[in-house]
Design a protein around this ligand. Structure first.
Ligand code: ATP
Ligand code: MG
Length: 195
């Protein structure tokens, strides 16, 4: 079985709230190997490349808004001037570009077997108010889509975690050079797995 890698980004709200250590500890404690770490002030170009520029991604994000508004009897048009999911997704992406530049972000690359499933599980639901207790978003944040959109900003949900192996590899290339990633043996691996 092959190991996987994932990119984690502690977003500006996580950095500014002083919980970088608390968040990273959760990934370390579960046994993921940290192979890269750095602090960086994101550029507009990097954020644009980091989040997919595809209609499929815009649609997913837009539909999340539409579903939430429908459930609460709200009209997306009042904020977005449109009910088109792709158009809404594009607006959310423009907000993400601003959000990511509000403060430096903390970048980490982790490696393990089933790494993607683990980082998504520990991060919790994208919408903090729906994230289960015990997850990072559930324990440390409480934002909602309606409040975020009313304030013309994306959900402040502390962390980004890669959600597929392929996207993870693409994202790692956006933020890290090969020399910044370390290939080494972690003592704990001998005991977690039968090596
Ligand atoms: P991330 O990619 O940051 O790990 P995710 O994979 O859980 O988060 P995505 O669907 O990729 O969620 O959305 C990227 C980010 O865009 C979210 O983390 C959140 O900050 C913001 N976002 C997504 N959907 C909405 C929305 N409907 N309204 C406001 N912000 C949103
Ligand atoms: Mg995502």
């Amino acid at each position: 079985m092959k190991k996987q890698r994932a990119l984690l980004i502690i977003k500006p709200d996580g950095v500014q709230r002083g919980i970088i250590g608390k968040i990273i500890t959760r990934f370390e404690t579960v046994g993921l190997k940290i192979i890269g770490l750095k602090f960086e002030w994101a550029t507009k170009e990097k954020v644009i490349t980091h989040y997919p520029e595809t209609d499929a991604w815009f649609k997913k994000v837009g539909e999340r808004t539409l579903t939430n508004y429908e459930k609460k009897g709200l009209d997306a048009k009042s904020v977005f001037k449109t009910n088109d999911a792709v158009a809404i997704g594009k607006i959310v992406k423009s907000w993400l570009i601003e959000y990511f530049q509000e403060s430096p972000v903390f970048l980490t690359v982790v490696e393990s077997y089933d790494c993607i499933e683990i980082v998504r599980k520990l991060s919790g639901n994208t919408i903090p108010v729906m994230a289960a207790p015990g997850t990072i978003r559930g324990d440390f944040s409480h934002d909602t889509i309606d409040l975020a959109n009313e304030q013309n900003r994306p959900l402040r949900n502390l962390i980004h975690a890669s959600d597929t192996v392929e996207d993870g590899e693409k994202e790692i290339k956006v933020w890290f050079n090969d020399e910044e990633l370390f290939d080494y043996e972690l003592a704990a691996e001998k005991f977690m797995y039968k090596i």
